[in-house]
Design a protein around this ligand. Structure first.
Ligand code: 2HA
Ligand code: ZN
Length: 273
């Protein structure tokens, strides 16, 4: 995919995040791995020589280029101008620092999670190029309920609840949603906990904070969060009816109906590479 096309997609996704109310102020961030075709464009833009330490060594993404949202930058501004509100970085050959490949914009506070996951995706030979963190309202609301954070079974309770809302949730988010217990935003602990879950899930919930998702491109990552958050919204709306009619609980699709969806759509149980 050309760099222009990637930047267009990033702008489009950032606009949706803002419109949905998932990207208040500087909330949320994203990265996209660029192919080596961006060398020329980046060189044309000039390369300041400042070397910025990453704080960890990520050998699998050494020498690679990533678009990274800037810290304190707003999604609604990124939607208009991705290269004024983020930039392209090149990871050093040593894997422990980066240089700016376009006009420098210091990267997002969640860089540890994004780059650690990008390193994992490369190591596992994945075609996925995009990582997305955002604050989808209904999913975050559910993460305030202890029962919804129970991660002792697979699928976990939250996944089962979301899948059972409409057939499309299971069809388009077949790996479900992983759960990462609360950690300080931007911390290495949050990055490590995210890494541990992203092996099994395309989308993970950061308790009382937001979502971290991976995708083949940024629209793919956005779509999965959108599908899961839609189900969360339906669930909460169904519960609003229960508040008025306490005798009626949301039913959810039957186990048989869900198995039919699994069979008809030939759904994967693991991420296809
Ligand atoms: O970029 O969302 O988690 C601001 C955040 C940090
Ligand atoms: Zn956040």
């Amino acid at each position: 995919m050309s760099m222009t096309h990637v930047l267009d997609q990033i702008a489009e996704a950032a606009g949706y995040l803002w419109q949905k109310g998932w990207g208040e102020r500087n909330g949320g961030n994203l990265t996209v791995r660029l192919d080596s075709g961006c060398d020329t464009l980046c060189q044309q833009n000039g390369q300041p020589k400042e070397t910025v330490p990453i704080g960890m060594t990520l050998p699998n993404i050494a020498g690679m280029y990533f678009y990274v949202k800037g810290t304190q930058k707003r999604m609604r501004d990124l939607a208009r101008d991705p290269l004024a509100n983020g930039c392209v970085i090149r990871i050093a050959d040593t894997g422990d620092s980066f240089t700016y490949a376009t006009a420098p914009v210091p990267p997002t506070s969640e860089l540890p999670s994004h780059l650690m996951v990008q390193d994992y995706l490369m190591r596992s030979g994945s075609r996925y190029t995009a990582t997305l963190h955002t604050h989808p309202i209904e999913l975050v609301a559910l993460s305030h309920h202890r029962a919804m954070l129970d991660d002792t079974s697979r699928p976990n309770r939250l996944t089962q609840t979301l899948w059972s809302m409409i057939p499309e949730t299971l069809a388009f988010a077949p790996l479900g949603i992983g759960i990462v217990p609360y950690e300080v935003p931007g911390s290495t602990e949050l990055a490590e906990a995210t890494m541990a879950k992203i092996r099994d899930y395309d989308v993970v919930l950061w308790e009382k904070h937001g979502i971290f998702a991976v995708g083949q491109d940024i629209m793919d990552a956005f779509d999965q969060v959108d599908v899961l958050n839609k189900a969360a919204r339906i669930y909460l709306d169904a519960l609003a009816y229960t508040a008025v009619h306490p005798e009626s609980q949301p039913e959810g699709m039957t186990e048989n109906a869900m198995q039919d969806v699994q069979r008809i759509f030939h759904l994967p149980k693991q991420r296809p590479c």
